[in-house]
Ligand binder design. Structure first.
Ligand code: ATP
Ligand code: MG
Length: 364
């Protein structure tokens, strides 16, 4: 049988989605969903994972589930083509996580670079919730329960996918060929691998408050772009400016297309010329920021407008999620049946087992 091509990816409901999510993963998902090249697409809202570091804040997670779902619909994820579901509603994922825990060592988790950075980011030091520490394992459960072959994510997730692949290999080695090893699908554009925050920090992240959200108003976008981090040594227009670490130029690398120059900045033929002028000196930050703001508005206005439409019928969004959970659960249950069988913990649907025991106890 031909192996099915299955996409799976998700987001934590710790805030509304931002343009880092958009370029790092969301945009790609929509393209893949519409490409017709995949048999199934699963997109999930990782509420159980969000609770691992928000355990005292369940209301925040609850409120953001609907925000993320609205962002999904706004960027063009289509429930007719993709199964959109909520992680906590699939209890099979917890069961899988529990079994996978035996396949991973504490030192392996401690070495996971994503876990290391995220622990630092949250100032957990030694009081790390066990659930947070083990989240690469639960992520392996999310991916493998749906036999995902392709996981479109940002660069920060690379060690997670590697951890999943190790778990799959170990499981299949011990219990026989059951699980599928997923491949990571990173953005092609280097600037999109890990979009920096508007403050110039390494990653735009809900938890750091340095985001341009997909649902920000036109005014908010304008303000955020105007106050973005650039080159702190570029004080006068005539000063030569640096491109490295200059967030405005990183965003242009991520969002600017050749046709934008004709529309918004006809004095320059392309991005290379704009960069050359900035490096030479004589080009002010404000001019570049205005150009970026125009591009951002062009990209974000249709998303914002679609969101407004979906906000008019919130019960329909919950209904879409409920149906998605049902479909997702059926798939996860089927995988769990195979896993239980492989692990020899399927006591009641195995006639052979009972016959064997009858024989062993001499009751033939
Ligand atoms: P949190 O701070 O709660 O961890 P987050 O902003 O990091 O939130 P996640 O839900 O952890 O968002 O990430 C969802 C997806 O978006 C992942 O695939 C991740 O790789 C991608 N992603 C998140 N931030 C960025 C970014 N700044 N650039 C590119 N991709 C990103
Ligand atoms: Mg994150």
């Amino acid at each position: 049988m031909k192996k099915e091509k299955i996409i799976l990816t998700g987001d934590r409901p710790t805030g509304r989605l931002h343009i880092g999510h958009y370029v790092g993963s969301l945009k790609r998902r929509v393209e893949l969903q519409n490409s017709g090249l995949y048999d199934k697409t699963f997109i999930f809202i990782a509420d159980a994972q969000a609770l691992t570091d928000n355990i005292e804040n369940p209301e925040k997670v609850r409120q953001n589930v609907i925000e993320v779902a609205l962002d999904y619909m706004a960027v063009g994820l289509d429930p007719m083509k993709s199964t959109i579901f909520i992680q906590s509603q699939i209890p099979e994922l917890c069961e899988l996580t529990f079994y996978y825990m035996d396949l991973v060592t504490v030192s392996r988790l401690q070495r996971n670079p994503t876990v290391k950075t995220e622990i630092q980011m949250r100032n957990f030091e030694t009081s790390i919730p066990v659930g947070f520490f083990t989240y690469p394992i639960s992520q392996a459960a999310d991916i493998t329960a749906f036999k995902a072959t392709t996981v479109p994510v940002g660069e920060d997730q690379e060690p997670m996918i590697e951890q999943t692949r190790e778990i799959v290999r170990r499981f299949n080695h011990i219990y026989g060929d059951t699980l599928v090893e997923p491949e990571i699908l990173l953005p092609d554009n280097a600037a999109c691998l890990r979009l920096p925050g508007t403050d110039g920090k390494a990653k735009m992240s809900k938890s750091l408050g340095n985001c341009i959200y997909l649902s920000d108003t036109a005014d908010e976008v304008e303000k955020k772009v105007k106050s973005m981090y650039t080159d702190p040594t570029h004080l006068k227009v005539s000063d030569p400016g640096k491109l490295e670490g200059n967030t405005v130029f990183t965003y242009l690398d991520a969002f600017c297309k050749p046709e934008h120059f004709g529309r918004y900045l006809p004095d320059y033929p392309d991005l290379n010329e704009l960069k050359a002028h900035y490096t030479r000196g004589g080009l002010g930050d404000m001019k570049v920021k205005k150009f970026l703001a125009a591009i951002m508005q062009e990209e974000l206005t249709p998303i914002r407008e679609r969101r407004k439409e979906f906000e008019k019928d919130i019960p329909a969004i919950y209904e879409m999620l409920r149906k998605g959970c049902e479909t997702a659960r059926a798939t996860a249950t089927a995988t769990l049946d195979e896993v239980r069988k492989a692990m020899k913990i399927n006591y009641f649907d195995d006639a052979e087992l009972i016959a064997e025991q009858v024989k062993r106890f001499g009751q033939e």
